[in-house]
Write a protein that binds this ligand. Structure first.
Ligand SMILES: Nc1ncnc2c1ncn2[C@@H]1O[C@H](COP(=O)(O)OP(=O)(O)OP(=O)(O)O)[C@@H](O)[C@H]1O
Ligand SMILES: N[C@@H](CCO)C(=O)O
Length: 311
């Protein structure tokens, strides 16, 4: 039986006001997906996992993209798909997107499809439909490409890798005891359908500040850029501790802070001027004040999805 495995990292989408556009892959966690072909004369997908994720192919973010690729390309096969979850689900860490990405990469390698990175993103986006009902591209783009990415078009998919000329570390406040059923779906329903022109202008300023800050290596621009007047504000009930954690992060001279994806995790970027220990200590206390137990995870920027060479 031929098998292939691929690994994809966690990610923090949005990065302030880049809703459905910007995302950053990090080494905090990763998922591994192994796909084995059992036969090529029948069609079936059997899922195994170490985590409590749906085991129906159309509801699992790893397998729904495979259903769609096989349909689109007329591929017939019975597959056994092992989804080894390292990324906790529903915490804004791109868990569903990483499974989708690893699955599409493993499938491409197994069937010698030689998919481009843009095609990997396009197919992996189906995984986000399976998990949240919407094909947002940001998490999967970061997991496919690694680094910080900007999705500049979805039809056709076009992703730009942002050059990072400022060196920073990553701290994540991950509220492990929080479970919100269908979190991303609910969080997306909280996003307003229309916005004030002044908020739109401020958000556009933040995005340009963040991107120029990364490219030119300007700390102050990165800090200013990690802000958002629209989506984070509308979703605040999902992560009420965020404003105080952000205040603490700035007090101890973090580069900046924002919500990770749809939350409830919080992303803090740090450098040598930052007092990380104080941020971790006071940020954890803040979580406790809101009856939330936050684990503080240190990470670095991660690379893109890779096939594990072991067969
Ligand atoms: N392979 C999978 N990995 C993770 N979650 C999955 C998977 N397949 C289906 N799901 C379901 O998707 C939901 C988690 O997706 P959700 O988008 O809420 O979280 P996330 O991907 O961790 O976060 P975010 O998209 O905000 O970064 C859960 O209900 C989970 O059961
Ligand atoms: N851009 C998506 C990311 C989900 O992780 C959202 O904020 O809904």
């Amino acid at each position: 039986m031929e098998c292939k495995r691929a690994r994809a990292y966690s990610s923090s989408a949005n990065l302030g006001s880049g809703f459905d556009i910007l995302s950053m892959a990090h080494t905090a966690f990763f998922d591994t997906v192994e796909i084995c072909v059992e036969t090529k004369n029948s069609e079936n997908i059997v899922i195994e996992s170490n985590s409590k994720i749906p085991l129906e192919p159309n509801r699992n973010s790893a397998t729904y993209p495979l259903v769609r690729i096989m349909e689109e390309r007329g591929i017939k096969a019975s597959l056994r798909v092992k989804v080894i979850k390292g990324i906790p689900e529903g915490l804004g860490l791109g868990s569903s997107g990483a499974s989708a990405t690893a699955a599409v990469m493993a499938f491409s390698s197994l069937f010698n499809l030689n998919l481009s990175k843009e095609d990997l993103v396009r197919y992996a986006m189906y995984g986000e439909i399976a998990s949240s009902g919407s094909p947002h591209p940001d998490n999967v783009a970061a997991s496919v490409f690694g680094g910080v990415v900007s999705v500049v078009s979805v039809n056709p998919v076009k992703v730009v890798e942002i050059p990072l000329n400022y060196s920073f570390n990553i701290l994540l406040f991950v509220p492990l005891n929080v479970h919100i059923e269908e979190k991303t779906k609910k969080a997306r329903e909280m996003v307003p359908k229309t916005v004030k022109l002044s908020d739109y202008i401020n958000n556009s300023r933040y995005i340009s500040s963040l991107l120029i800050g990364f490219v030119k290596g300007e700390r102050d621009l990165i800090r200013l850029g990690l802000n958002d007047e629209i989506v984070e504000k509308a979703r605040l009930p999902l992560f009420p501790y965020y404003p105080k954690i952000k205040e603490i992060a700035i007090k101890y001279d973090a580069v900046g802070s924002c919500v990770s994806g749809a939350g409830p995790s919080i992303l803090v970027l740090t450098d040598k001027m930052t007092d990380e220990n104080k941020i971790a200590e006071e940020g954890t206390k803040t979580c406790n004040e809101f009856n939330v137990e936050c684990e503080v995870i240190k990470a670095k920027i991660a690379g893109g999805v890779e096939v594990e060479r072991r067969n």
